[in-house]
Design a protein around this ligand. Structure first.
Ligand code: 4AD
Ligand code: MG
Length: 510
């Protein structure tokens, strides 16, 4: 098989990394992957265009018989001096596992540097990768040279070998990605991000980059951060925004939905996925002022299609993480959330439960349980209600549909009963609301009526009404809170720990 054939073969794309040895026994790696049955574990190809040094993730897959010469750069996780040898565990962020380095006293800087290494030091190690006699690791690196690239003074370096609380780690958001849990969250986040784009691409959607600065408050909840170029003094003048940069009040988007609808009505199936902002003063473990939201929007679709695609998406994403992030999930199962794997497998193995809002309210009213917030038809479900429904009543993800119109935004399609809308929320155990979506009101007169009732300025939204004036079609979409998804998949209980840089009331440290 030659290079072109390997590239052209779709079966090769999910196989382990290809590693090549050159004539000196050094490893070269290319983004091409190894085709086990064709090469029988022998490593053949190199891609001239791109050759990077292998990292721990790839090295751990090496068959060590050849004892290749390698060079590894990373950070010291632990360093143990056994008296006659030093055992140094190095991590490089490519995977959860570290690589054990064995350093012998014959190294010329053994006394001066190697024995003094501490957690967090950056090093470069050259040596041979050999089979390891120790339990729990297939290979180890026998150092022939070790150079210190950056020291981390153990007296002052905040991350030590012991377990640190998540609260403490939040206070050092610039260092916490180096810990096992945050490293694993970052890899799972990235995996989910990629899987989202893959899923929609496979379903024929196109991605639309909706604006971050907007003049429309999609959700109408008055939670938009204002974007202004005015000074504090100018802001005190009457009608200040007329003099502002955009000539009217603008803000950071609370949702890309309305703009996604524009493209759904030209391209059929679209999605937008980006940062979203809400000046919502909720200091909870599920709310951020800046979060990422995925919003697909589909023309010629109704609520039932909307629920079907949301369920298929969530199953696909959970399945992807179960397949590709087994080590990370094992860490979360053991240290963060017992029963996590079981919970995720249940997502795949059973259809999501479904009930209407009215049925949910009836179930809550009959529940053998006291809630802090009273349950009454016409009021929004609180987090405690949502969690009761999906954790205790159904024990799996639950789609609640047909909410009262007065608790939902103007764009949701009015049902024939005149008092509920074609809305759906997906509630998941441990989190509550993960997805909020609906069929959109495509009938001009009814939409105008709802906008009027919501006190919206028809002039400002005339572009949105045009979508109903010209070639209007039934369409639907939903919004999935990306951080809540990462919480669900990892079992991390606080949303601040699944986004690299959380922004919450009173906190935006860097
Ligand atoms: O239910 P929401 O407000 O729906 C919308 O914004 C619609 N325009 C979506 C659409 O139909 N295209 O938000 C959608 C999801 C919620 O279910 C939740 O997961 C997440 O976004 N979300 C938040 N996540 C973190 N912090 C916050 N403050 C969030 N607010 C909503
Ligand atoms: Mg919602």
């Amino acid at each position: 098989m030659n290079w072109q054939e390997v590239c052209a073969d779709p079966h090769l794309h999910d196989l382990p990394y290809k590693i090549e040895l050159n004539e000196q026994g050094q490893i070269l790696m290319s983004p091409v992957r190894l085709y086990h049955s064709a090469f029988q574990g022998e490593i053949i190809l190199n891609c001239d265009a791109f050759s990077m040094k292998p990292r721990i993730k790839e090295l751990l897959a090496v068959i060590p018989a050849a004892e290749p010469q390698i060079e590894l750069c990373g950070w010291v996780k632990t360093c143990r001096d056994s008296g006659s040898l030093c055992f140094i565990e190095i991590t490089d962020g490519s995977c959860l596992a570290g690589l054990q380095v064995i350093a012998e006293p014959s190294l010329n800087n053994y006394e001066s540097e190697v024995r003094r290494l501490s957690t967090g030091c950056a090093v470069k190690v050259c040596g041979r990768l050999t089979a390891s006699p120790a339990k729990g690791q297939a290979v180890e690196l026998r150092a022939e040279s070790l150079s210190v690239i950056g020291l981390a003074d153990p007296e002052n370096y905040p991350l030590q070998k012991k377990r640190h609380s998540f609260e403490f780690l939040r206070s050092i958001s610039h260092l916490r990605p180096r810990t096992n849990a945050f490293g694993a969250v970052a890899r799972i986040r990235s995996e989910l991000n990629f899987a989202i784009h893959r899923f929609f691409r496979e379903q024929g959607f196109i991605q639309v980059h909706t604006p971050i600065i907007t003049t429309s408050d999609c959700e109408g909840a008055g939670e938009m951060f204002t974007v202004t170029a005015l000074t504090a003094e100018q802001l005190r003048q009457p009608e200040p925004f007329q003099q502002d940069f955009f000539g009217r009040r603008a803000g950071l988007t609370v949702s890309g939905q309305l703009q996604a609808e524009i493209f759904a009505l030209s391209h059929g199936r679209v999605y937008t996925f980006g940062p979203t902002f809400r000046a919502e003063n909720s200091n909870t473990s599920r709310h951020l002022a800046e979060f990422w939201m995925l919003e697909p929007e589909m023309a010629f679709c109704d609520l039932s299609d909307d629920m079907e695609i949301a369920e298929a998406l969530i199953k696909d994403l959970v399945g992807t993480v179960l397949r590709n992030c087994a080590d990370e999930l094992d860490l979360f199962e053991r240290f963060i959330s017992k029963g996590l794997l079981n919970k995720l497998e249940t997502v795949l193995s059973q259809p999501f439960a479904r009930m209407t809002y009215s049925e949910a309210v009836a179930a809550l009213e009959h529940a053998d349980r006291k809630f802090d917030f009273p349950v009454q038809w016409g009021t929004d479900l609180q987090s405690e209600h949502e969690r009761f429904l999906c954790e205790e009543l159904t024990g799996r993800p639950l789609i609640v549909t047909d909410y009262p119109k007065q608790i939902k935004p103007f764009y949701m399609r009015l049902n024939d009963d005149g008092r509920t809308v074609a809305a759906m929320d997906i509630l998941v155990p441990g989190i509550g609301e993960l997805v909020g979506g609906s069929q959109r009101e495509e009938r001009l007169d009814l939409l105008e009526g709802r906008m009027c009732a919501a006190g919206l300025d028809m002039e400002e939204y005339s572009w949105y009404l045009d979508l109903r004036r010209f070639g209007s079609v039934p369409h639907a979409g939903f919004g999935l809170g990306f951080e809540r998804l990462v919480q669900f998949v990892t079992g991390m209980s606080n949303i601040r720990d699944v986004i690299p840089f959380p922004r919450t009331p009173g906190s935006a440290p860097c």
